[in-house]
Ligand binder design. Structure first.
Ligand code: AMP
Ligand code: MG
Length: 413
């Protein structure tokens, strides 16, 4: 088969990533209820249909007044109205008049400032207390004080959220303020996920000699969801051509955006995944010059894009972060997605084999410098060292040794 030929050149991480990404386009959009919009990606810019606040209102519980009245001190004003939040004030304040007003209530005509109740001689603040006949205070108040004028936060027509943004809880609140009950978002990418290997047991099965539990499908399913995707769990394929093919067929029936597998793409005698892809579509490339994660496969099963991650748990995770997360971001139209990369200094000397390497590390600030320490042995099966890490240090291709103290890039997890 072609994948055993010497002419399958090993790609660099950048080449591989670009080739994968060039095969994906942003999914269609849909309109969904606001309540379901958290973590979804906005498909359009959102402009405010009206000013916010929509009317001049009080920022405090107190008394609406005319600031020009406050030149006398002490000052006594006649309270001519009581304005709870939600009401439309009917009175117009004339010189010497005030209106009791609650936070968020609309300012009456004639008023241009609010004196907080705490700054007046009206001390009875229990709920249900009627407004006093008069209030006195000594404080001078300027026009506009404790007033939230119409349009103070947002003007009608202003773009407040942008296409490609991932909606946060506070964004949903803003959409609600603007009366947007249905939102145009990108459809969630649907990923058909399978594991492969005769050694794999379900998570609740007792361990048997020679077997391990299928952990990758949990790591990867959660990773897909964290990137905004929807997981179609296909289960575990046995190490036979027929079993692998059966799950790929299931992926086609489920109409996923792409197929993601782990394991069975190396040079093992029972690694059928690549073969099944080649026999029913095409293997576009195989193997990337990286560590961990070299036996990465990309191709098409029938017309469906397929990404084959390596089986070792850390390799599968790193492969996801480097190649699959960007695919999900592209599919879902995310413009704010890329994981943050920062510069750190290595606490120790690190040896590398010349492949682009992703090493598990913990980063701590020491004397104002971000210092990275490896979290344990870097075997690609050692998931604990990944669990303990908060970053992947990226050692560029061609580098064999990073001296202690040297600056390197870290991908924050
Ligand atoms: P393979 O690429 O099939 O040779 O698998 C490489 C290594 O990853 C082997 O040690 C497998 O047992 C292990 N492995 C494969 N699939 C999984 C999985 N779903 N969960 C945990 N380990 C796995
Ligand atoms: Mg295997």
């Amino acid at each position: 088969m072609g994948y055993n030929r010497a002419d399958f050149n090993m790609l660099s991480v950048t080449e591989a990533s670009e080739r994968i990404l060039s095969n994906f386009q942003t999914t269609a959009t849909e309109s969904i209820p606001l309540i379901a919009c958290a973590n979804r990606v906005l498909a359009i810019d959102i402009a405010a249909a009206h000013d916010l606040p929509f009317f001049d209102n009080s920022a405090m519980d107190g008394f609406a007044i005319r600031a020009e009245d406050t030149s006398a001190s002490p000052l006594t004003l006649k309270v001519v109205a009581d304005i709870p939040a939600g009401s439309t004030p009917k009175a117009t304040l004339k010189p010497g008049q005030a209106a009791r007003i609650m936070t968020g209530a609309q300012l009456p005509a004639g008023a241009n400032a609010v004196i907080p109740v705490e700054d007046t001689d009206f001390h009875n603040r229990a709920a249900g207390t009627p407004a006093p006949k008069t209030i006195s205070f000594t404080k001078a108040i300027e026009a506009g004080e404790n007033v939230r004028p119409r349009g103070m936060d947002i003007h009608a027509g202003e773009v407040v959220l942008k296409k490609g943004q991932t909606l946060k809880p506070q964004d949903l609140g803003l959409l609600a303020m603007l009366g947007i009950s249905n939102v145009q978002v990108h459809k969630k990418p649907r990923v058909a996920l399978l594991s492969s290997g005769d050694e794999l047991l379900e998570v609740d099965a007792p361990l048997e000699s020679g077997k391990i539990r299928d952990s990758n499908s949990y790591t990867l399913a959660a990773s897909i969801e964290s990137a905004g995707g929807e997981v179609l769990r296909l289960g575990v394929a046995k190490d036979t051509r027929a079993s692998v093919e059966a799950l790929f067929q299931k992926a086609i029936r489920e109409d996923a955006d792409f197929i993601l597998s782990s394991a069975g793409v190396s040079v093992g005698a029972f690694d059928y995944v690549k073969e099944v892809v080649e026999a029913n579509g095409s293997l576009i490339f195989w193997r990337v010059n990286m560590r961990p994660g070299k036996p990465l496969a990309f191709g098409k099963y029938l017309d469906k894009q397929f990404i084959g991650l390596p089986g070792n748990p850390v390799s599968a995770f790193v492969g996801f972060e480097v190649f699959v997360r960007p695919v999900l971001e592209r599919l879902s139209g995310k413009l704010d997605g890329n994981r943050r990369r920062i510069k750190v200094r290595s606490a120790e000397e690190i040896e590398s084999d010349g492949r682009e390497s992703y090493l598990r590390a913990k980063i701590r600030e020491e004397n104002g410098i971000q210092i990275a320490r490896l979290t344990g042995h870097q075997g690609s099966g050692n998931l604990l060292s990944l669990v303990q890490a908060d970053a992947l240090l990226i050692i560029p291709a061609g580098v064999k040794c990073v001296p202690a103290g040297q600056e390197i890039e870290a991908l924050l997890l």
